[in-house]
Design a protein around this ligand. Structure first.
Ligand code: BGC
Length: 745
C-alpha cells in the first residue's frame, strides 16, 4: 500500500523511546528495540538510555571486555543465541549491540563494552555474536559506526582520522560483520568523523557501508545523535531514535515539498523501516524459541561458562594456583561479597540472580572473610586494612579482591588515569607483606595499572566484569575445576604515558587527532619495542603447550602448526597467528594478528591446527589507489603465545603486483625495477659510476624523481625523444615478456 508523504516522514522517526512507528492501515507493525549487548535491558513502557531506570530481569553475561578475552567465537555465538531467545520471549525484535569500537586508549569509559584493541579479533567475535542472535530471528545493531573511541565530548567531538587508519583499524570489524552476517541494523555514532557528523556522513553511511560492503539493512541513529534530520536522511540514515520528534517529521515533509530533499531518499528510508518491521514479524512467527530458553537456570549456566572463559590468569608464581581445597583461606575485599558484574550506562542489565565469589569459595573451603575497604566512600580504610592484615596473617592463602568501583568507569565519561583506588593499593601491599601466598583478583572493565604492587602478588587474576555468574566461575578457576583459558584482548602497559594515543587523547576544542595512526595497542608497542607489563594475547593456564612444525601453504592461504599439551593437566590453548609484512615503502606494524583458534588438549595430546589466511591478511590500504593492496615480497608468519612471545615463525613470499605502464611521470626507481628499462639504466649508471666517483649514490639521489623532472637537468633534456621511444618499447607486452624471460635466467 502506498504511504503518504506524512506517513513516510513519521515512519523514519521513532515513535517512542524503544519503538518505531507502526502504521496499521499499511500493515506495518511497530518494532521493539532494547539495549544489550551482554543481556537484555528491556524497559517496558518508558525508559532512558543512561542505565538509570529499571528493566525486566534478564541473564547478565560478561560484558564484551570479558567475553573477548575468551577468544572463542563459538562461545560468543552461543551467548548470541541465548540472548536471541530471551529477546523473543520478551517480544523484542532488535537488540542494540554489539559495540565493536576499537580500544584506542585504555582510558575510554566504555571500554568494558568493547572487545579489543585489535580489529581482527573484534570482527571475528562480533560476527559470532551477531550470527547467534540473528539465528533466533532477532536483529542485531552493530554500533557505534564509526570512530567512536572515547566518551569525552562524544556528541560533538570530531575524530580526525586518515583513511588508511580508518580502513585498517577502525572499520574492519564493522566491515567483516556486515559482509559476513548482514546485521539487521547498524547504529551510527554520536561523534563527527573528519568533521562530518556520523549521522550525516554520506561517505560512511552510503558509499562505504552500502556501496562497498553491500549492507542491505537499516541504519538507525544512536539515541539523540541526529542534529538535523534532512541531511541525515540524504546521507543514508533510515531511522532517527528515539522519538517521537515532531520537528523532524515536519522538517522532512517541508524539505521534500520544497525540493531540498530528494523524495527518493525519504522513500528509501521509509521502505527500509517497513521492511525491517515486516522481517521482524515474519521471523518472530517462524523461528521457534530454543528449548533452553525458558530455563533461566540454563542461561545462568551459560553465563558461568562464559565467565570462566573470560578470566585471564596473568601471573602464577610457583604454581600457587590452582588451590588445594584442604587449606585455610582468607577472602579479602568487598568485591568478593558485593561483586561488580557489569559497567554503568545504557548496557546495564537487571540480572536474574547474582553469584558471589565469597559464597562460591565458602562452599568449597573453610574461609575467613574481611572486607578490606568499603565501596563508594574512599580513604576510610585504615582499620579495615588492619583487620584484613590480621586475617591474612593467620591464613594459608589469601584471595584478595580489588578493582575499580562503579563510579570509576562508565559510559558518558573517560577515565583520567589507570590506577586502582589508593586504598586498594595500600591493602595489597599490607596483605602481601604478611602473606606471600596472595592471589590478587581484579575487578575492572578497562585495563588497570598493576604498578607498583605487581611483584608483591604471587598470582594475579584479571577477572574483568564477569556478569551474574562470575562468583562461581572464579571459584571454578581458582580451585582448578576448570583451567583458565582467557587471553588478553588488550595490552596492559606499564604507564599511561606509554600508550600510543597518550598525546592525542581525548583531544581539544572538539577535535581529537588520531595521531598514532595504525599503531594502536600492540601494533605500537611491538613496532617501537616498548615493553608492556602484559602483552596482547597473554594468558596462563595450569599446563604448558609446545609448538612445532609450522608450515605455510605456498600461496599463503593457510598455515598449519602442531600444538602439544606438555604439562600435567588438560587445558585450552589459543593459537595466535601474526603476520609481518615487508616494510618497503610503507609503514607497517611489526606484526598483526591475522588468525586464531582455541583448542582443547588433554594431557600429552598433540593436534595439527590449520589456520586460514585470506588476502586481507597480507594487505594494506593503499591510499594511492584507494584500495586494498598486497605489496608482495617476503612476509613473516609467526605463531605466538602473545603478540610479544613468538614461539615459531616462517616466511612466505608473495608475488609483487604487476607494475602499471611506464610514463614520463614514473619515478626513476620504477624504470630501474622494470624488466626492459631496468637493465639498460643500471648499465648506464654503471658507466657513469666508472667515469665519476659516486655514480651509485647518484642513482640513489635520483631514484624518487619522476622521469619528467630528471629531463629538466642539463645534458639529460636532449634525451627526451629517446626516452619517449624507450617507454613505448618497454610498455609493449611482447618486449616485456621477452625481457622478463631473459631476466629470470
Ligand atoms: C548509547 C547506545 C545505546 C543507546 C540506547 C546511547 O546513549 O550510546 O549504545 O544503545 O543510548 O540506550
Amino acid at each position: 500500500m502506498e504511504l503518504t508523504l506524512e506517513e513516510k516522514a513519521a515512519l523514519v522517526v521513532g515513535a517512542g523511546f524503544w519503538r518505531s512507528l507502526g502504521i496499521e492501515r499499511a500493515g506495518i507493525p511497530a518494532l521493539t528495540i532494547t539495549d544489550g549487548p551482554h543481556g537484555l535491558r528491556n524497559q517496558e513502557g518508558g525508559g532512558d538510555h543512561l542505565g538509570l531506570g529499571v528493566s525486566v530481569p534478564a541473564t547478565c553475561y560478561p560484558p564484551a571486555a570479558g567475553l573477548a578475552s575468551s577468544w572463542n567465537p563459538a562461545l560468543l555465538e552461543r551467548v548470541g543465541i541465548a540472548l536471541g531467545d530471551e529477546a523473543r520471549e520478551q517480544g523484542v525484535s532488535v537488540v542494540l549491540g554489539p559495540g565493536v569500537n576499537i580500544k584506542r586508549s585504555p582510558l575510554c569509559g566504555r571500554n568494558f563494552e568493547y572487545f579489543s584493541e585489535d580489529p581482527w579479533l573484534t570482527g571475528e567475535l562480533g560476527a559470532a555474536w551477531v550470527r547467534g542472535l540473528q539465528s533466533r530471528g532477532v536483529g542485531a545493531s552493530l554500533k557505534h559506526f564509526a570512530a567512536n573511541n572515547q566518551e569525552t565530548d562524544r556528541m560533538t567531538v570530531s575524530a580526525e582520522v586518515d583513511e588508511r587508519t580508518l580502513r585498517e583499524i577502525y572499520l574492519p570489524a564493522f566491515e567483516r560483520i556486515v559482509i559476513r552476517e548482514q546485521p539487521w541494523t547498524v547504529m551510527c555514532s554520536y561523534n563527527r568523523v573528519n568533521g562530518v557528523p556520523a549521522a550525516e556522513n554520506h561517505w560512511l553511511l552510503t558509499e562505504v557501508l552500502r556501496d562497498e560492503w553491500g549492507f542491505a539493512g537499516l541504519v538507525l541513529s544512536d539515541w539523540g545523535a541526529v542534529d538535523s534530520i534532512v541531511p541525515a536522511i540524504a546521507a543514508g540514515l533510515d531511522l532517527e531514535m528515539p522519538g517521537p520528534q515532531a520537528q523532524s517529521t515536519a522538517a522532512l515533509i517541508a524539505a521534500v515539498r520544497s525540493g531540498e530533499l530528494d523524495a527518493v531518499a525519504l522513500d528509501t528510508a521509509a521502505a527500509r523501516v517497513q521492511r525491517l518491521a515486516q522481517l521482524a514479524t515474519v521471523s518472530t512467527s517462524s523461528t521457534t524459541v530454543g528449548a533452553e530458553s525458558r530455563s533461566t537456570a540454563a542461561h545462568h549456566q551459560l553465563a558461568r561458562e562464559a565467565a570462566i572463559e573470560s578470566i585471564v590468569l596473568l601471573r602464577n608464581q610457583g604454581d600457587l594456583l590452582p588451590l588445594e581445597t584442604a587449606q585455610s583461606i582468607a577472602v579479602i575485599g568487598e568485591f568478593a561479597r558485593t561483586p561488580r558484574i557489569q559497567g554503568a550506562g545504557s548496557s546495564q542489565v537487571s540480572p536474574t540472580r547474582v553469584d558471589t565469589a565469597l559464597d562460591a569459595i565458602s562452599a568449597i573451603a573453610p574461609v575467613e572473610f574481611s572486607p578490606g575497604y568499603t565501596l563508594g566512600r574512599r580513604g576510610d580504610g585504615e582499620s579495615l586494612i588492619a583487620d584484613a592484615v590480621a586475617v591474612a596473617a593467620r591464613s594459608q592463602t589469601v584471595l584478595l579482591f580489588v578493582g575499580l568501583p562503579d563510579g570509576d568507569e562508565s559510559e558518558g565519561y573517560d577515565r583520567t588515569h589507570l590506577d586502582l583506588p589508593p586504598a586498594h593499593v595500600r591493602l595489597i601491599s599490607a596483605v602481601a607483606a604478611v602473606n606471600p601466598r596472595t592471589v590478587v583478583i581484579l575487578t575492572n572493565g578497562g585495563v588497570v595499572s598493576l604498578e607498583p604492587w605487581h611483584d608483591s602478588a604471587a598470582a594475579i587474576v584479571e577477572a574483568w566484569l564477569l556478569g551474574q555468574a562470575g562468583g562461581t566461575a572464579l571459584a571454578d578457576v581458582l580451585f582448578g575445576r576448570v583451567a583458565p583459558s582467557g587471553r588478553l584482548a588488550e595490552s596492559i602497559p606499564y604507564r599511561l604515558q606509554d600508550t600510543p594515543s597518550y598525546l592525542n587523547f581525548p583531544g581539544e576544542n572538539d577535535e581529537v587527532r588520531y595521531g598514532e595512526g595504525i599503531f594502536v595497542g600492540y601494533r605500537y608497542y611491538e613496532s617501537v619495542e616498548l615493553p608492556v607489563r602484559y602483552p596482547f594475547g597473554h594468558g596462563l593456564t595450569y599446563t604448558t603447550f609446545e609448538y612445532s612444525q609450522l608450515e605455510v601453504a605456498r600461496g599463503g592461504e593457510s598455515a598449519t602448526v602442531t600444538v602439544s599439551n606438555t604439562g600435567p593437566r588438560a587445558g585450552r590453548e589459543v593459537v595466535q597467528l601474526y603476520v609481518s609484512a615487508p616494510t618497503v615503502g610503507i609503514a607497517v606494524p611489526r606484526r598483526e594478528l591475522r588468525a586464531f583458534e582455541k583448542v582443547d588438549l588433554e594431557v600429552g595430546e598433540s593436534r595439527r591446527v590449520q589456520l586460514r589466511l585470506d588476502r586481507r591478511a597480507y594487505s594494506h590500504w593503499d591510499t594511492a589507489t584507494s584500495g586494498w593492496r598486497v605489496q608482495g615480497g617476503q612476509y613473516t608468519v609467526a605463531v605466538g603465545r602473545s603478540a610479544h612471545n613468538i614461539a615459531l615463525s616462517t616466511t612466505v613470499t608473495l608475488p609483487r603486483p604487476k607494475p602499471g605502464p611506464l610514463t614520463m611521470d614514473s619515478r626513476i626507481q620504477e624504470f630501474l625495477d622494470h624488466p626492459v628499462t631496468g637493465p639498460l639504466l643500471s648499465r648506464a649508471a654503471g658507466n657513469a659510476a666508472s667515469l665519476e666517483e659516486g655514480g651509485a649514490s647518484l642513482l640513489d639521489m635520483v631514484s624518487s624523481m619522476p622521469m619528467r623532472r630528471l629531463l629538466k637537468f642539463p645534458g639529460v633534456g636532449d634525451q627526451l625523444s629517446k626516452i619517449g621511444v624507450l617507454i613505448a618499447v618497454a610498455n609493449n607486452p611482447v618486449v616485456r615478456g621477452i625481457a622478463r624471460f631473459f631476466g629470470r635466467k
